[in-house]
Unconditional design. Structure first.
Length: 198
């Protein structure tokens, strides 16, 4: 089936189910699973997030940072039907850093996180080492996933993918070079762009 047909099928299902979606408060609901299943008929790398309040509901189609899918996400949202009380977003919008972020029960306090700037000498790609105080090996993967979510939130999914090519995490206690508060990341990115343009 062509992408355009599967996109049409997703929005047809949304039109039938949006009132039910507006009444649920979490993704642990059959309505969410039904819509996600239809969305992933378009591409398995697609997901959606939603928020609901009376007359002001939002649906975000996300590629979870996979820039190869960004054009597809744009085309899906362009095909969205006008639906009263709903606003649609292609990719996670820029919202600023949350105070805390959680993954699989592990919570990161953003104010405590610092970063080191990394650069791949062969490709010139720009990356971040995210430094979390007291981080253990067992917590590293959950902390990394939580912080990737926070970066999507802070920069917006498109800007995050365009700007930062790779990330890793380490305990703050192992930092060797100059490190900066994660909340200052946007200022650092702007400064770096100016340095590169000279």
């Amino acid at each position: 089936m062509q992408a355009s047909q599967t996109i049409t099928k997703f929005w047809q299902l949304f039109e039938r189910r949006h009132e039910a979606l507006a009444k649920i408060s979490s993704a642990d609901d059959p309505v969410y699973d039904e819509l996600l299943g239809q969305l992933q008929q378009i591409d398995e790398g697609l997901f959606f997030e939603f928020s609901t309040s009376p007359g002001d509901c939002e649906l975000i189609i996300t590629a979870e940072g996979d820039s190869d899918l960004f054009d597809l996400v744009d085309s899906i949202v362009e095909a969205a039907p006008a639906t009263e009380g709903w606003t649609f977003f292609a990719l996670k919008p820029k919202l600023g850093f949350p105070e805390t972020v959680q993954w699989e029960g592990y919570t990161v306090n953003i104010a405590e996180v610092r970063f080191e700037s990394l650069s791949d000498p062969e490709t010139g790609e720009f990356g971040l080492r995210l430094l979390v105080p007291g981080l253990s090996d067992e917590q590293a993967e959950d902390a990394h996933n939580a912080l990737l979510r926070a970066l999507d939130h802070a920069l917006g999914e498109r800007a995050f993918a365009d700007t930062i090519q790779f990330t890793d995490v380490a305990p703050l206690e192992t930092a060797t070079g100059k490190n900066i508060a994660l909340t200052e990341l946007e200022h650092f990115i702007e400064w770096r762009k100016k340095q590169l343009s000279h």
